[in-house]
Structure formats: structure tokens, C-alpha cells
Write a protein that binds this ligand. Structure first.
Ligand SMILES: NC(=O)c1ccc[n+]([C@@H]2O[C@H](COP(=O)([O-])OP(=O)(O)OC[C@H]3O[C@@H](n4cnc5c(N)ncnc54)[C@H](OP(=O)(O)O)[C@@H]3O)[C@@H](O)[C@H]2O)c1
Length: 431
């Protein structure tokens, strides 16, 4: 892996792999960077599931992409990552162990776990993940557009794996309605965390990728966790994110820090070096994950739980991009103030380059790299490289979303016999 980008580096993208027959999911792609990511993947032949909360805007975006005559295909699916019933510390009463809802607060039931309070709006994430796993299970191996047709028609394919999940959807500067969770953390981290965890078993072992659109704003982010076993609350207690900032920028920066920390922990659990170590049964994997700043996480002790899947897990920074994400920062009558800044910022297409590169580049195959900017690895902030913080955030997020901390069982791709080869040292799988 290349060293951190030098000052003045351009965002010209190195060549990417052909994506014909690959199955990709991109969240929040009815506009902005996500739209261009979907476009870039389709241009390379992929089938893209456009996961958006606004179905009308999604269908309009899909029509626009289809009208371009790109090689790939796309399909719209509904997904809302917002978790309005999710609670920050103080929202629930009760100490260690399963939290109890405040009087009058509804608690939804969920088949995956009944031990934790489940936010009601996570139902959209759960429904989407279940739908995707079912569609993938019904699809023909290697099918792109056919996978969608099989899913829609209830076909009886032999199943295929998910190749790429792009966690792109995000918000900035949104107001916080009284009594609701901090919206940046909820939409930018907690929802994507749950989505990724639920889709992990569907990802192609050895070649699947999880690309999370973070930001250099994470350098300004701080994350404090309270409680948990380390605080003497008991061995099974999970920590909670401290709701200690009320400034929208630092809330956004914290959520982007969470994106990088989540990627680091995902990499430690399911990255290429973790898979190589597991395959070797020794510490030999330390030599297999390439080189670069991301290795600090990759070389951490293996996590308990299911076998590492050997995924490419990347947090990416698109740069400063002119999109609708800033719409909450100015009243609509003052949006014209953005115009003078346009020459200084990137277009959504330029911002999407690093995301598409992280999803496609053959130069990343089999390698762990934590944070990518300008299509190169960049050293993430010290906080983002703290393996203990990453592990604690994983635990806190698992507790909040009602998931077990550890993955259970092997990936479905492996169970279905999806062909993969060892990826250590840059080998190729089925991608
Ligand atoms: N623009 C930048 O300068 C910049 C810099 C660094 C990082 N980023 C990151 O890039 C990503 C994309 O942002 P963007 O600049 O392209 O902004 P954008 O144009 O506002 O696009 C954000 C997308 O996320 C969707 N979304 C928001 N909340 C959602 C939710 N709860 N559930 C489902 N979808 C949701 C939006 O849907 P709706 O259309 O329905 O709102 C929209 O499709 C974000 O993660 C952002 O943090 C952007």
C-alpha cells in the first residue's frame, strides 16, 4: 500500500477492475456522492441495489442511470437507517444488564434478540437485510441483473454472494427533535453498523468488500464511552456512547470517527490478515496483510466468534464535495451563498472516485487498509487507530442494536460453497 497521500495529490483514480456480474449494494444513492458511486459501479458492469429511504427519488435516479445506457443494471429497494427510538445514555433507566424502557416507551420485539431494547425504526434495516439475503439466496451464482430478477420472481437459483456493500448514506447538521437520539450517530453509524452486521453472512468470503464513506472530519471527532466491564459494571455489561456534545459539527465528526473505528474492528474480525492468521493457525498472517498504517489494527489479536471472512474493509474520505448534505446548514433562501464555494470543492463524481476505487480496485484485493483518501491510504487519526476504543464501540453498538457481540456460525457464502481462494498476499477470490 502506498504511503499517506502527499500534499497536493490529485484525486485521479487508478484503474479499477471490471465489475461485470458483481452484486453491489449502495446506500443513499438517489443523489450526491452515492448516485455517482452507483453510476461508477454500473459503468463497470455491476448490478447495483440502490438502497434509499425516498423511493420516488430512488426510482427517478435509477431511471436516469438506466437512460445513460451503462453496462450494468440497478434496482431500487427501500432502506431507512434512522433509528428514532434508539436511546442515548439517560434515555433508558437501569444499570448493568438488559436495560429497561422508561415508562410509556414502547419496545419492539425482534426475533434475533429479546435481551436488549430494540429501536423500532431498525425494522427498516432488518427488513432490507432480510430481503437482500433472500434475493441473494434465490439468485444464480454470478448473476448480476439476473439476481434481481430471481429475487423478484421467487426463482430457485443456487444462491450467490454479495460482492460489495457501500455504506454511503449520511447526514450533517440535522436538528435533533426533542427526546430522540443524536441523529448523526444514529444515521451515520448505528444504522450502518446494524446493516453491515446483518449482511456479513451474505458477503463473499475472501473477496467481499465493505466500503464505509467516512470523512477527514473524523480527525476532529471524539468518542467517550461509559460503563461496561472496565468500569466495574460487571463482566457482561456493554458500554454506552456518552452523549457529551451538542454542537452539530462535533456530532458529525464523532459519527465519522465511529465509521473509521467500526471499519478497524470489522477488519480485525473479518479482514484479510485475520483470515490469513486463522488459516495458518499461527501468527503467520502478520506477514500477509500488506503494509501501511492499517496494519496496526490488522495485527491485533484475533477476535472470538465465527471464522474471519477475509473481507476488504475500508473507510474512505471523498474530500469536500458539493452535495445536498449541507442543505441543513443554511436556510433555503441562503443556499445561493454556496455558489462562490463551488470552484473550491469537488463535484460528486470526483468525490465518488475513491469510493468506487475502494469497491473495485484490484490493487486492494487481499489487503487491509483502514482509511483511504484520493485513492491512496492515509493515516487515520490516533483515536481512529485505537484498537481498544474500536472494540468497545463494537460492543456498545451491538448492545444498542440487540445483536450478539460475536458473529454466529460461518458465512452463507461459505456454506453455499461459493468459490474462494486464499487472499493472503493479494490472491484473488471469486470477485
Ligand atoms: N459532501 C461532502 O463534502 C462529504 C465529505 C466527507 C464525507 N461525506 C460523506 O459522504 C456520504 C454521502 O454524502 P453526500 O455528500 O453525498 O450527501 P447527500 O447528497 O445529502 O446524500 C446523502 C444520502 O444519504 C441518504 N440518507 C440520509 N439519511 C438517511 C437515512 N436515515 N436512511 C437512508 N438514507 C439516508 C440521503 O437520502 P435523502 O435524499 O432521502 O435525504 C441521500 O441519499 C455521507 O456519509 C457523508 O458523511 C460527504
Amino acid at each position: 500500500m502506498a504511503p499517506p497521500a502527499a500534499a497536493g495529490a490529485t484525486s485521479a483514480a487508478p484503474p479499477e477492475e471490471d465489475m461485470a456480474g458483481r452484486y453491489c449494494i449502495v446506500t443513499g444513492c438517489n443523489g450526491g456522492i452515492g448516485y455517482q458511486v452507483a453510476r461508477g459501479l454500473m459503468a463497470r458492469g455491476a448490478h447495483v441495489v440502490m438502497a434509499c429511504r425516498n423511493r420516488g427519488a430512488c426510482e427517478a435516479a435509477a431511471e436516469g442511470l438506466r437512460a445513460e445506457g451503462l453496462r450494468g443494471t440497478c434496482a431500487c429497494r427501500s432502506l431507512d437507517l434512522t433509528v428514532t427510538m434508539w436511546c442515548m445514555p439517560g434515555c433508558w433507566t437501569g444499570g448493568p444488564g438488559p436495560a429497561r424502557p422508561r415508562p410509556g416507551r414502547a419496545r419492539s420485539r425482534d426475533p434475533l434478540s429479546s435481551a436488549s431494547p430494540i429501536p423500532q425504526d431498525l425494522d427498516s434495516v432488518r427488513a432490507f437485510a432480510a430481503q437482500q439475503r433472500a434475493e441473494l439466496a434465490r439468485a444464480e451464482p454470478g448473476a448480476g441483473a439476473g439476481a434481481d430478477a430471481a429475487g423478484a420472481g421467487g426463482g430457485a437459483g443456487r444462491g450467490r454472494a454479495l460482492d460489495v456493500l457501500v455504506n454511503n448514506a449520511g447526514v450533517m447538521g440535522v436538528p435533533r427533535p426533542p427526546g430522540s437520539p443524536e441523529p448523526h450517530l444514529a444515521a451515520n453509524h448505528t444504522g450502518p453498523y446494524l446493516l453491515t452486521r446483518l449482511l456479513l453472512p451474505a458477503l463473499a468470503p475472501g473477496s467481499g468488500r465493505v466500503v464505509t464513506v467516512a470523512s477527514r472530519a473524523h480527525f476532529w471527532g471524539g468518542l467517550r464511552l461509559r460503563g461496561g466491564a472496565g468500569a466495574g459494571a460487571g463482566a457482561g455489561a456493554a458500554p454506552e456512547v456518552e452523549d457529551d456534545t451538542h454542537n452539530w459539527f462535533f456530532q458529525y465528526a464523532r459519527s465519522k470517527l465511529c465509521n473509521v473505528l467500526f471499519t478497524a474492528e470489522l477488519q480485525r474480525r473479518h479482514g484479510h490478515a485475520a483470515a490469513a492468521r486463522a488459516a495458518a493457525g499461527t501468527a503467520a498472517g502478520e506477514a500477509a496483510g500488506g503494509s501501511g498504517p492499517g496494519l496496526r489494527e490488522a495485527a491485533a489479536p484475533p477476535a472470538k466468534g465465527a471464522s474471519p471472512l477475509g473481507l476488504g474493509c475500508y473507510a474512505v474520505s471523498p474530500g469536500f464535495v458539493d452535495t445536498g448534505i449541507f442543505r441543513h446548514l443554511l436556510p433555503s433562501w441562503a443556499q445561493w451563498l454556496r455558489a462562490p464555494l463551488r470552484p473550491l470543492v469537488r463535484s460528486p463524481e470526483q468525490g465518488a472516485r475513491v469510493v468506487v476505487w475502494a469497491a473495485c480496485s484490484s490493487s486492494l484485493q487481499g489487503r487491509d487498509a483502514l482509511f483511504l483518501h484520493d485513492c491512496r491510504e492515509m493515516q487515520a487519526s490516533p483515536a481512529a487507530r485505537d484498537p481498544r476504543l474500536a472494540a468497545e464501540l463494537w460492543r456498545a453498538s451491538a448492545a444498542l442494536t440487540g445483536l450478539p457481540e460475536e458473529e454466529e456460525g460461518e458465512g452463507e457464502g461459505a456454506a453455499r460453497g461459493v468459490r474462494t481462494e486464499s487472499t493472503s498476499g493479494g490472491g484473488k477470490g471469486t470477485r
